[in-house]
Design a protein around this ligand. Structure first.
Ligand SMILES: [Cu+2]
Length: 193
């Protein structure tokens, strides 16, 4: 997502104005404007009034910014399905794959994705709900901690999620699904960096 923001910012500042300039030239002078004619006097060239140039540029910027934002936001499901695998764990008739853009949970806000497959058929599980919870047992004077993720269904057996992890260290991730054969869960140890 950060990458998308940087790229779209770069596009807005460099590529789009250049494309806009070429487009305007072609609109005024036809495609021949793209061919350089050194013999032509520069004063012959018609010029857009500054108002039109400003308006055109402003509308282009708005469009570019909107596209950039949509791209950055929509990054969600798309780039999560190719993100590094944190774990791929079978148990209770399920196979759960958890992906995270950084390859591991971090302390702070995390976006991640899970994919749940029916271990018997190898097909995505037709589950109606999924829950993901991180648990860290009490250690010395420190109380046990729980972090519950917000999951969004996006398709068969796939959910992107978001969770706020209070600290680095060893956590147990429990993935619960409400499948056709009732609730099932898989617990996997992981380390938040
Ligand atoms: Cu702790």
């Amino acid at each position: 997502m950060v990458g998308g923001l940087v790229t779209s910012f770069f596009l807005e500042l460099t590529i789009y104005p250049a494309v806009f300039a070429v487009w305007k030239r072609v609109e005024m002078e036809g495609w021949s404007a793209l061919i350089r004619r050194p013999d032509r006097a520069p004063s012959v060239r018609p010029r857009l009034s500054p108002v039109w140039r400003g308006a055109g540029f402003a509308s282009f910027m708005v469009l570019a910014l909107t596209l950039g934002l949509v791209w950055a936001q929509g990054g969600g499901a798309g780039d999560l399905s190719s993100a590094p695998v944190v774990f791929d764990q079978a148990g209770n008739g399920l196979e759960v794959t958890l992906r995270h853009p950084d390859g591991a949970f971090q302390s702070g806000t995390n976006r991640f994705g899970i994919r749940v497959v029916d271990a018997a058929t190898g097909e995505p599980l037709a589950a109606t709900a999924a829950g993901v919870q991180l648990f860290m047992p009490a250690m010395g004077a420190m109380q046990a901690m729980t972090a519950t993720a917000e999951m969004t269904p996006v398709g068969s057996g796939e959910w992107p999620g978001q969770v706020s992890v209070p600290m680095t260290g060893e956590w147990r991730v429990t993935v619960k699904v409400e499948g056709p054969d009732g609730p099932r869960e898989v617990t996997v140890p992981t380390v938040a960096r």
